[in-house]
Ligand binder design. Structure first.
Ligand SMILES: [Zn+2]
Ligand SMILES: [Zn+2]
Length: 139
């Protein structure tokens, strides 16, 4: 008799993105507006969704690409979001999320600024990998 694992959720429970191992990120992405933080990256203010842990990791990787300040705040900044297109952006479950280690974060921004932040993140990842590999080869 094949074993039946009734504790696992049905695979079609997942909408729009692959399963995220981090439960906190997963629930943040599902509760959306309740768990928005604001990413301050140079001149940009971008609402970001994810658990505190993985948002912090995302931020520390973006920090590698700038000499300016990168910060995350829990509340809407006093100046609000400057980009009018970003103000209109809403997160939906079909939007791509950015995988980061065992979790994932989503950016609630217009496509231009999403791409901009994503590029930062990716070059930050490369910098991080270079740092790691240069340590490896120096051994
Ligand atoms: Zn997480
Ligand atoms: Zn924008």
């Amino acid at each position: 008799m094949p074993p039946v694992d009734a504790t696992r959720p049905a695979p079609n429970d997942v909408q729009g993105h692959p399963p995220i191992q981090c439960e906190d990120c997963e629930s943040a992405l599902h509760s959306r507006d309740d768990s928005v933080s604001f990413l301050l990256l140079d001149q940009l203010t971008i609402p970001i969704i994810g658990c505190g842990n993985h948002v912090d990791q995302f931020v520390s990787i973006c920090e590698l690409t700038t000499t300016g300040r990168v910060d995350v705040i829990e509340h809407r900044p006093a100046g609000g979001i400057r980009c009018p297109s970003c103000q209109l952006a809403h997160y939906n479950l079909h939007q791509p999320v950015i995988p980061i280690q065992t979790g994932a974060v989503a950016l609630m921004a217009c496509s231009q600024h999403q791409t901009e932040v994503l590029n930062r993140f990716q070059s930050g990842l490369e910098t991080q990998q270079q740092l790691t590999s240069s340590i490896d080869t120096s051994l």
